[in-house]
Design a protein around this ligand. Structure first.
Ligand SMILES: NC(=O)c1ccc[n+]([C@@H]2O[C@H](COP(=O)([O-])OP(=O)(O)OC[C@H]3O[C@@H](n4cnc5c(N)ncnc54)[C@H](OP(=O)(O)O)[C@@H]3O)[C@@H](O)[C@H]2O)c1
Length: 215
């Protein structure tokens, strides 16, 4: 499976590490190629043979495209690349829809409404793409083979079962249980879980925890 990782921040670094370690064919897209940013240097130091190119070239390469960019920038990034470039592909949405506004009484503000998640908005923008929300509830430092007291759960939402299975298999290789929460509308709850994860991290000044679904 060919996977494009768009962006080179904290989540991108964790994903690239996990994906390359698990043998996936990975291309990273960056808008900061000319500057050879600190993030690019870090990626090259961790994986000397990592392939880093423009956003467009990386998207053209990938069967699966993951966009770990700020939630507030996601729509613009997709539109700048071109919606047609995503046709027939899987878009793994790992973003949280966090607002840049200061939290109020411990509540992190969102850029979405209860009637439409960011993942749903992206699915409407890209009707010929399989959008799968997954792993937005997990800290970047825990994404790949975390050391926790128990195996945590990564929740998935999306309309296409085969696409969801493909992302589940990656999640499981990363050391997580995967749990299918249903169609893309279920991403509303997952984005609130992401909001809760960040709020708890701030409240308790600790980020080494995660969600587990117990039956
Ligand atoms: N950090 C976490 O623990 C965590 C956990 C779960 C989910 N998430 C979500 O994952 C996404 C990425 O988080 P992150 O912590 O990796 O963010 P980050 O460190 O700030 O990295 C974001 C990357 O996105 C690219 N980018 C594209 N457009 C941008 C813009 N307008 N402004 C800033 N950067 C832009 C940049 O890469 P280039 O310059 O190389 O193109 C940048 O390095 C967010 O939606 C976040 O809510 C984060």
């Amino acid at each position: 499976m060919k996977i494009a990782v768009i962006g080179t921040g904290n989540v991108a670094q964790a994903l690239v590490n996990g994906l390359i370690s698990e043998g996936y064919d990975v291309k990273v897209g960056s808008r900061s190629l000319e500057k050879d940013s600190e993030n690019i240097t870090k990626l090259k130091k961790a994986h000397s043979n990592v392939s880093i190119t423009s956003y467009t070239e990386a998207v053209e390469f990938g069967d699966v495209i993951v966009l770990p960019v700020p939630g507030s920038a996601l729509v613009d990034v997709i539109q700048e690349i071109g919606v047609q470039k995503f046709e027939g592909k899987i878009l793994w949405d790992i973003t949280n829809a966090l607002s840049a506004e200061a939290p109020g009484n411990g509540v992190i503000k969102l850029i979405t409404t209860p009637e439409e998640s960011l993942a749903e908005k992206i699915q409407k923008l890209l009707p010929s793409t399989h959008v799968i929300k997954a792993m937005n509830t997990v800290g970047a430092h825990l994404m790949y083979r975390p050391v926790l007291s128990e195996k945590g759960t990564v929740f998935l939402a999306g309309n296409d079962e085969q696409a969801k299975d493909k992302i589940s298999s990656i999640v499981e290789k990363f050391g997580w249980e995967s749990y299918d929460t249903g169609k893309i509308e279920s991403s509303r709850a997952l984005e609130y879980m992401g909001q809760l994860y960040v709020a708890q991290g701030i409240l308790y000044n600790g980020w080494n925890s995660t969600f587990k679904y117990v039956k």
